[in-house]
Each structure stands twice: as C-alpha cells, then as structure tokens.
Ligand binder design. Sequence first.
Ligand code: NDP
Length: 244
Amino acid sequence: MTNKQDLTDKVVLITGASRGIGYATALEAARRGAHVIAVARTVGGLEDLDDAIQAMGGATTLVPLDLTDYDAIDRLGAAIFERWGRLDGLIGNAGMLGVLMPVAHIAPKEFEKTLAVNVTANYRLLRSMDALLRQSAAGKAVFVSSGAAKSAKPFWGLYAASKAALDAMIKSYSGEMANTSVQTNLFNPGPVRTAMRAKAMPGEDPDTLPAPAEIAPFLVDMISPEHNANGQMFNMADKSLTAI
Ligand code: NDP
C-alpha cells in the first residue's frame, strides 16, 4: 500500500474528475487535505464529487469544461494564478477511448476528437499550467497513459496512437524540467472497472477488475512532495517505476 502522503494546503488540478479513475483520485487527494480543482464536462458528476468531499470536510473548486475548449484551459490557468499564484499538483487523467476499429475505417472526426482530448488538451494544460507549477515549492504533474501505447493491438490504433503521443510529449517535457523543481511522470493504471473499460471490453465481468478507489492512492502519491521522480512511468500491474 501507499504511505498516504499528506497534501494539506496543496492546490491540485485533476481532469476527468466526474467519474471513474479521476473521481476516485479527486476524493483521495481531498482526503489527504488538498484543495481539489475538479475538471470535466458532466456537472452532475462534479456535484456528486463536491458533496462527497464536503462531507469529509474538504474543499473543491468545480470547473465544468470541455477540455477541447482550449481557451477555457487558458482562462483556468489565469484564474488559478489570480487565486493561488501557484499549482502544486496536476493530474492529467481525462481521456477517451474513441473507436476500436481498423485504422482505415476510422472517421476523421473521431480521430481528431480523440487526439484532441488525449493529446492536445494535455499539451494545452502544460502550456497554461507550466508557470504555475514552477511557482510551487515542489510542483508535480502526472498524466494517465495506458499499456495500449506500446501494445497497439489491431483495432486499438486510434487510442494507442494518442497514448503513445502523450508518452512522447511527457518524456520530452520531463527532460526539459530536469533542472527545475517541477517533476513530471506517467501512470499506467492497468485495467480498471470504469465506463471506459466497459466500452472497450463489453464481455468482461467488471467484478474481476480493481475499482478506481484501489488505484487512486497510487496515482495521488505521484503528486505528493515526497515523491521524488521525474520522467518515469508507474505501472500499477507490478508497482514498478521505470524510465519512460
Ligand atoms: P471514464 O470514461 O470513466 O472517465 C473519463 C473521464 O474523462 C470522465 O471524467 C470524463 O468526464 C473525462 N473527459 C472525457 N472527455 C472529456 C472532455 N472532452 N473534456 C473534459 N473531460 C473529459 O474513464 P477512466 O476513468 O477509465 O479513464 C481515466 C484515464 O485512465 C483515461 O486517460 C484512460 O485512457 C486511462 N486508462 C484507463 C484504463 C481503464 O481500464 N479504465 C486503462 C488504462 C488507461 P466528462 O465525460 O464528464 O467530461
């Protein structure tokens, strides 16, 4: 298990916080004392999160937005600067599966939307939050990848390409940050019992998979001040930390 590192007074931004891994991660970060800035499109999911965090005495800022609204990401950066002047943790978790089909059959709109959410939005987050992470005493960013980035099985080309692009971008960015106080890593959760997994593997018994709450503590550990790593990938399957 994790050491449950304390996040009291830390300002943490989590994308995809309306359900699944992001929701559980936001709850866990709040449980450790962080102020959670929760981003997703579904207001109901964000409000449920807010209720759950308030019930345990925590605090959130809800940010209902579509991450392909890049100007909104810029505005969010400006708002965080105004209110806190820094960002201690960024968890880029939001993602979409897109479609599982032969590469040549993928509709252009589907391809572009999946790349927009899984890659471009994370680039825009880094572009908007970089200066804020540098203002933290120990700024940490972690992005949620997938084993698909390397396995790239038939019919998984769209999702795999998006996660491979994310991995490459984070490898470069973490290298660029090597001489700063900002550390950036990747997290591979393995199969988790969420809506996305059910869409990808409809025949699978979800009860055979870990729940998001079992994964979340390990993801939250990666933004704790004690987590001293940069340019690494944490693999949930064997709890290993390896160079990207
Ligand atoms: P879910 O589909 O359950 O949750 C996805 C989250 O991303 C939701 O909160 C959703 O919020 C948000 N999101 C999607 N598109 C947008 C958008 N355009 N703007 C803002 N938010 C958006 O998926 P998981 O929890 O399973 O996935 C979380 C991450 O883990 C993803 O990056 C996924 O690729 C990765 N992953 C998951 C695995 C699994 O087995 N579950 C395995 C490996 C990796 P909303 O719809 O409200 O906007």
